[in-house]
Design a protein around this ligand. Structure first.
Ligand code: ATP
Ligand code: MG
Length: 758
């Protein structure tokens, strides 16, 4: 048996080595579903299946990356050619090469939630509707729901149920806003997050140029992690790719119905049932051993989920030992709760020799993080909040990115509107409104209007500034043809005056903003330097600004935690899905918070509360060794003091699993607790040479592209010496280069490559 297969139990082994035909692994938390998926991909590649024929859909890009690293440990560099990522990132990548077939430019912009909401707000205002009644948030979520159910604006307008729901919510014109929003996105050459699914489905369904056949042929093996949380649209896309006459039907999904926590986003357990219906020849494996948690934790999880009558019953056991009982802490206020948690962390670090990074604080809603941040700061504990405002949503970062977006796609009105007068250049709101009105009359977009400002009656200083602004963007566009993304971004930051503007602010926050823009530039630089070519069908994934922008639009903060190091992790329970931590705190266990008021007051409160219970189940099962549950009798919420009882979920755990907290510091040291060691092996991706292995070259000067011809010996900054075997591609020249033994053959795009002839 190859040694990578030895880390599997019998059933896991069967699932991993099942190659042909549909496969479902349905099993409880910590039972190795994700491990099965990872090893199965490694096994497929090992048995000779080309890695680019494998499509693996994961919950985060980080999960996909970790998967690739592990797989690389088994099969080496080939792992990079696997198509692994989130639904959104994979579909964005496909749409990038196919968008024109469905009427979008290939350099389409991706609108994040804030872009989408601001576009919706603009429509609401332009329609003379009251933004207080038509809250952008609510309208956006109605539109999002429609898209996820494949309901077009036309279908929406004639759907009596939707129309009635909107009427009773006092928003009868949502259908109209939806229609205008879709048109506006099309005009702006933009897709929002839902479009990445909706348009992907549309692309395959309309099937221009037989595009569906192309991808069916390409993806011979499809794998999905966390299948319980895929919604019907995502499932529909999978079906288009896998379920057709003559298909090998090589689809493997893993999931746990008891961890389904996105019903509100349209994912239901129904998808597991549909899967069984659609693939009757399905082979199903159930895993029963939990490899993550000690027994008290597993038992508590079993106790809680037993209250949900509809879950598929599963036996779960662990041989990790009984472990410590689950601690319960009661506080009078939320502030006290946070203090107790911080003190506990200090105490546990000392007693159990844990590190900051071994701890996670999980809460029901993101707003709960603030008090914990303060308490952790007081105790001088380093921490990181996941899921708050992410790096790319910060104003200075978004402003800079908006310049780049505008250069690539000046029709992108959200980006353009952000920067037209930033840094201030005398284009005031009044002149802008005047211009927009004149443009609207002639059916022009903002970009066209700016170009023609004087003709549209906007003269004077504002009109001149508009013309100058357009000229500046056009200059950047010319440079963009030759500059790589980094060169261009650097020039933008300097020449637009963003840098000078930010530097004027000498406060700590001001300095932080300057640093953030610098960090953004550093990120672009490292993107450009990763010059390896990724096989995208026959095309290459280039290092252009377009490809950079589309990539980062989909980055979640999990993907971006390079400088994570030794910090306590704070995140919502939703965000913790699939993860594991040695010590977990689940906080705010009160009625009306966890379970949420919304669930308790829902029309179908039973099933809404079941979903909250599944969420609690997910939370408990993140813990490997230590679990603490806490609640506060009172807390400030929405500006008012609230008094709540402890959560019903606490009572669902057998008392024998629980230990009531003792005063800090007096607790006897538990003997026999070993120092926690991180036993998870670090995958060695073996992609780069170590510094010491690289030949020393003092003056590395890249040679001109036209001299890089087959047969020429070259030196690469990171890969060392190599020989060019072939050069292909027209405009985008790509060389196949054979490097030393550890690196092997690589395809590199010459335009941005750092290669020197030797
Ligand atoms: P979740 O439902 O929470 O996503 P999961 O079923 O995907 O959980 P994994 O994350 O794959 O579970 O595995 C849980 C932990 O158990 C991981 O640390 C994994 O490496 C380990 N593990 C899984 N199978 C085995 C095994 N056969 N031997 C040793 N460790 C294992
Ligand atoms: Mg998992």
């Amino acid at each position: 048996m190859s040694d990578y297969l030895s880390g599997l139990n019998d059933i896991q082994y069967k699932a991993v080595t099942h190659i042909n035909g549909p496969l479902l692994v349905i099993a409880g938390p910590g039972s190795g579903k994700t491990r099965v998926l990872t090893y199965r991909i490694a096994h497929l590649v090992k048995t000779g299946i080309p890695p680019w024929e494998i499509l693996a859909l994961t919950f985060t890009n980080k999960a996909a990356r970790e998967m690739k690293e592990r797989i690389a440990g088994v099969v080496g560099d080939k792992a990079n050619q696997i198509w692994a990522g989130t639904f959104h990132s994979i579909f964005a990548r496909i749409l990038r090469s196919e968008a024109e077939k469905i009427g979008f430019p290939s350099n389409f912009s991706i609108y994040d939630a804030s872009d989408a909401k601001s576009a919706i707000t603009a429509i609401i205002k332009a329609q003379g509707l009251d933004p207080k009644v038509y809250a952008a948030n609510k309208v956006y979520s109605r539109i999002s729901m429609a898209k996820n159910q494949l309901v077009s604006p036309q279908a929406y307008a004639t759907d009596p149920d939707r129309i009635m729901q909107d009427k009773s919510a006092k928003m009868p014109y949502v259908y109209k806003i939806y229609d205008l929003y879709v048109k506006k996105c099309a005009q702006s050459g933009a897709m929002d997050f839902d479009d990445l699914l909706y348009q992907m489905h549309r692309l395959l369904d309309l099937n221009p140029d037989n595009v569906v056949e192309k991808y069916r042929k390409k993806f011979k093996y499809v794998l999905v992690d966390e299948f319980q949380d895929t919604n019907s649209l995502q499932y529909g896309i999978i079906q288009l790719l896998v379920n057709y006459p003559g298909s090998p039907r090589n689809i493997c999904v893993v999931g746990d119905d008891a961890q389904s926590i996105y019903a509100f986003r349209g994912a239901t357990i129904q998808n597991i049932l549909d899967f069984e219906r659609d693939y009757p020849e399905l082979v199903v494996y159930k895993l029963e051993q939990n490899y993550r948690s000690t027994n008290y934790i597993v038992q508590a999880a079993n106790d809680v989920i037993a209250y949900n009558s509809k879950q598929i019953r599963k036996k779960i056991f662990t041989d990790k030992g009984t472990g410590e009982q689950i601690k319960v802490m009661r506080a009078v206020t939320d502030k006290e709760e946070a203090r107790l948690v911080a003190e506990s962390i200090v105490e546990m670090k000392n007693r159990l020799h844990l590190k900051n990074e071994d701890f996670a604080i999980l809460y029901r809603v993101n707003a709960q993080s603030r008090v914990f941040e303060e308490a952790l700061k007081n105790k001088r504990l380093a921490y990181k909040v996941y899921g708050g405002m992410s790096f790319y949503e910060r104003k200075e970062v978004k402003d800079t990115l908006s310049y780049l977006r505008t250069i690539i796609n000046p029709k992108d009105e959200e980006a353009l509107a952000r920067i037209v007068n930033y840094p201030t250049r005398g284009i005031g709101d009044t002149s802008l409104t005047k211009l927009r009105n004149a443009a609207a009359e002639r059916g022009l977009g903002l970009w066209e209007a700016l170009k023609a400002a004087p003709q549209l009656g906007v003269g004077g200083r504002a009109g001149r500034s508009m013309v100058e602004f357009v000229a500046m963007i056009e200059t950047f566009q010319r440079w963009a043809k030759d500059d790589d993304a980094y060169e261009l971004a650097k020039r933008v930051v300097r020449m637009t005056g963003i840098n000078d503007q930010l530097k004027k602010d000498k406060t700590a926050e001001g300095k932080a903003r300057v640093d953030n823009v610098q960090e953004l530039l550093d990120g672009i630089k490292s993107f450009v330097e990763e010059d390896e070519v990724d096989e995208l069908l026959d095309d290459v994934l280039d290092k252009s600004l377009t490809s950079y922008l589309q990539n980062i639009a989909l980055i979640t903060d999990f993907d971006n935690d390079a400088n994570e190091n030794d910090r306590v992790k704070l995140m919502s329970v939703h965000a913790a899905k699939g993860l594991e931590f040695p010590a977990v705190f689940i906080v705010g266990l009160e009625e009306n918070l966890f379970p949420s008021t919304m669930a308790l007051k829902a029309k179908d409160s039973r099933s809404a509360t079941d979903e909250e219970r599944r969420l609690f189940y997910v939370a408990i099962t993140r813990a490997e060794q230590y679990l603490t549950l806490s609640y506060a009798s009172s807390r400030y919420r929405f500006g008012k003091m609230q008094y709540n009882n402890s959560s019903r979920f606490l009572e669902e755990i057998s008392p024998s699993c629980l230990a009531l907290a003792q005063p800090m510091g007096n607790r006897a040291t538990v003997s026999g607790v070993k120092r926690y060691q991180n036993s998870r092996p670090m995958a060695n991706s073996g992609r780069q040479l170590r510094k010491s292995e690289l030949p020393k070259i003092k003056d590395f000067r890249p040679s001109p592209v036209q001299k890089l011809l087959p047969g020429v010996k070259v030196m690469h900054e990171r890969f060392g010496k190599g020989k060019i075997i072939a050069v292909d591609g027209g405009d985008k020249k790509v060389a196949t280069i054979l490097f030393g033994e550890r690196i092997g053959e690589k395809r590199i795009m010459l335009k941005y490559a750092k290669l020197m002839i030797i």
